[in-house]
Design a protein around this ligand. Structure first.
Ligand code: ADP
Ligand code: MG
Length: 700
């Protein structure tokens, strides 16, 4: 019974422009097991084409190829993969070992593709490698072997699945004559073991040791003769365990996820520097992402902690939101020029409104004139100044001869709930008194906070026409006295911020308005309501929240003060993070594409061994997954380091570090890294899977 039958085989290559080239012309051949066949013929006569068709690498032909009882024309792609894996062993002229795998892993690759257990793989491979005299080379890489050794490894790889047919395309073409003989001996032994060995050779000498010679010329058989001198030794190389089950009935197993990881890992390890650099590149974008998130929440946390610190539960603070904008959104007022309560009846109406609500809800408390007070604050940096006399050393001196002038950053009126606990030194201010932030201590050339108390300075706030030096009055001083140092937030510690009482500020404006051509319209920017309990405060606050043009929460007001700053920062960071993530994805895409090109031959080998498209896709997808994971881990570690350094630096420079790292930011970064890597890997993986095996094997 014949092992392989070829009937009326015709193979056309399609050359485009509808021209076709007939590479195999009506081939009829029948081979039995135990034959060692040499296919000879001129270059271009169709030998390799014939091998590829028999091996199931090329299924675009006319005619029949019958292996055992099975016409391989009738096999599905999936079954054809299985056919290559189980029934065929390929040996190539250029060995085609996978360079980054050890000899053992090269030999077991076909078993790996069938998801065979590790111990069984090692046992089988060691057995075959030992028979081929390679037991000492198991741990080496292909580059560490001689040509003859490499070809023996390739033979071991072809034998590992105990195939019925060995196809060797010029297996000795790259070897010297001594090694050639060794390889031929091995091939002969394999045939003697009962397998069908078909080899292509150029050399008549090589052909002469085989049991049968078939010669092709221009795609036709011109000679088919049996070598009568051929002697057969009885099986010596391998134990017989031939499995002749039909491919259709075979249980189909495939590459496991774990093995895909192992294969990808080996490959990545082979070019570790490259992969590390990509991962490093991606991780930088992850760092900016994590920092952006941490910065956003850090600032919010910081501001709400400030708000908590400066909020008194017995006070409601009301400020105005600006009108609705074109898109119908209301904004908190601009910190540079807040909206105020210009019209006193507006305040009355609002208070009455709240009182009505309080009554409705059954509260006893009512707002009266006694428990309402006003506030004003404005960012005045660059226009407002404070001035004092200095001595020759530039230190504060009331009798000094020159002036020292400094910018004021912010003007605040002291909220009614401020008390000694809000002071670093000195007392709360009243008429003709001001309070400063700590920054002023340095400006005045003083050492201790207490030393500043009692010093006199003049104040200029041009936007309010205030210039205390011009004052000629019984009640208002030209030089208000510094009564204390306010514990402003860390954020303001380094800026000169002044605090005055609302009444004093109003008196200064009123004085400036006397006889002025363009009197300043001074009105409160915020209203403070003293309540009787925390509960009442909450009730009033929640009512104000329902009003679109008022804001009741101090937190919201403080956040609004920094909205500009926060949104500029986080928009910039988001854009940077976004762009760099796109760049990272493209980088991964390019690198994986290059990897596919570099590994074209390897893909061809894997396919000839029986890897399915899915297996190839999985190997490459796993690689992109690993790059994603590696980048993610690197990104997390880097952002922890950068975050720590940034926190230390900010703390020492600003006195606070608005960075809050939440554990899920790292998870998000990790997730994004994996997702973009896997997405970027899809195209290259699909490309790899689609490669034509015959062309890939010819790839240089
Ligand atoms: P051999 O292995 O005997 O040297 P091949 O089987 O490789 O010859 O090629 C047989 C003929 O088919 C040659 O003329 C070759 O140019 C042609 N051929 C091989 N592959 C292709 C292909 N992919 N497209 C077109 N022609 C091809
Ligand atoms: Mg050839």
């Amino acid at each position: 019974m014949s092992k392989l039958e070829i009937k009326n085989l015709k193979k056309y290559y399609h050359l485009g422009n509808k021209t076709e080239f007939l590479a195999l012309d009506d081939i009829n051949l029948s081979f039995k097991e135990g034959e060692l066949v040499s296919i000879v013929g001129e270059s271009g006569s169709g030998k390799s084409t014939l091998m590829n068709v028999i091996g199931g690498l090329d299924s675009d032909y006319n005619g029949e190829i019958i292996v055992g009882q099975e016409n391989i024309k009738n096999l599905s792609n999936r079954e054809l993969d299985e056919y290559r894996k189980k029934k065929i062993g390929f040996v190539f002229q250029s060995f085609n070992l996978i360079p980054h795998l050890t000899i053992l892993d090269n030999v077991t690759i076909a078993l790996t593709l069938s998801n065979v257990k590790e111990s069984e793989k090692v046992k089988k491979a060691t057995e075959i490698l030992t028979r081929l005299g390679l037991e000492k080379q198991i741990k080496k890489k292909p580059t560490q072997l001689s040509g003859g050794q490499k070809q023996r490894v390739a033979i071991a790889r072809a034998l590992i699945n105990d195939p019925e047919i060995i196809l060797a395309d010029e297996p000795t073409g790259a070897l010297d004559s001594t090694t050639t003989l060794q390889i031929l001996d091995i091939l002969k032994e394999i045939a003697d073991d009962g397998k069908l060995v078909i080899m292509v050779t150029h050399s008549e000498k090589v052909a002469s040791i085989s049991s049968r010679i078939v010669e092709l010329s221009d795609g036709k058989i011109v000679r088919d003769e049996v070598n009568n001198g051929y002697t057969k030794k009885e099986g010596s190389l391998l134990e017989k365990s031939q499995d002749t089950t039909s491919i259709k009935n075979k249980k189909k197993s495939h590459l496991s996820f774990l093995s895909a990881i192992k294969l990808s890992f080996h490959n990545m390890w082979a070019s570790k520097m490259k992969n590390f650099l990509i991962a490093f590149g991606v991780s930088i974008s992850l760092v900016s992402l994590i920092l952006m998130l941490s910065f956003g929440s850090g600032l919010t946390d910081y501001i709400s902690s400030l708000a908590d610190q400066y909020t008194n539960p017995l006070f409601v603070t009301i400020s105005k939101r600006s009108e609705k904008d074109a898109s119908g959104n209301t904004h908190l007022s601009n910190p540079l020029k807040p909206l105020g309560f210009k019209d006193p009846t507006e305040i009355d109406n609002l208070m009455n409104d709240i009182n009505a609500k309080l009554e409705e809800a059954g509260y006893e408390y009512r707002i009266t004139d006694e428990n309402v007070s006003y506030g004003f604050n404005q960012m005045v940096y660059g226009s407002a100044k404070f001035t004092y006399k200095v001595d020759d050393d530039g230190k504060y001196d009331e009798n000094g001869s020159t002036d020292s002038t400094h910018d004021i950053f912010y003007v605040y009126t002291t909220p009614p709930y401020y008390d000694e606990s809000n002071m670093i030194a000195g007392d709360m201010s009243g008429m003709n008194e001001i309070m400063f932030s700590k920054a002023v201590v340095k400006l005045l050339g003083m050492e201790k906070n207490e030393d500043v108390i009692g010093k006199k300075v003049s104040i200029k706030i041009p936007s309010m026409h205030i210039n205390t030096e011009n004052i000629v009055s019984d009640t208002l001083d030209c030089y208000p006295t510094i009564s204390g140092i306010v514990d402003v937030s860390n954020m303001f510690e380094n800026f000169p911020v002044i605090y005055v009482s609302y009444d004093y500020l109003k008196a200064l404006v009123d004085y400036a308005n006397l006889g002025a051509e363009d009197p300043i319209d001074f009105y409160p920017y915020s209203i403070y309501i003293k309540t009787d309990s925390e509960e009442t405060t909450k009730f009033i606050n929640s009512y104000i929240d329902t009003l679109s043009n008022y804001s009741g929460s101090v937190e919201e007001q403080m956040v609004s003060m920094f909205t500009g700053m926060i949104s500029t920062f986080s928009t910039a960071l988001t854009i940077i993070a976004g762009i760099s993530l796109i760049v990272a994805a493209i980088m991964i895409l390019v690198v994986l594409y290059m990897s596919v090109t570099e590994r074209t031959r390897e893909i061809g080998v894997l396919k000839s061994i029986g890897a399915r498209r899915r297996d190839i896709k999985n190997i490459f997808s796993t690689e992109s997954l690993l790059i994603g994971l590696l980048s993610g881990i690197l990104g997390v570690i880097l952002s922890m380091v950068v975050g720590l350094i940034l926190t230390l630096v900010l703390n020492s420079v600003l006195g606070f570090a608005p960075l809050t790292f939440k554990w899920y930011y790292f998870l998000i970064a990790m997730g994004i890294s994996v997702v973009i890597s896997v997405l970027a890997g899809l195209l290259p993986a699909a490309k790899a899977a689609k490669l034509d095996p015959v062309e890939s094997l010819r790839h240089e």
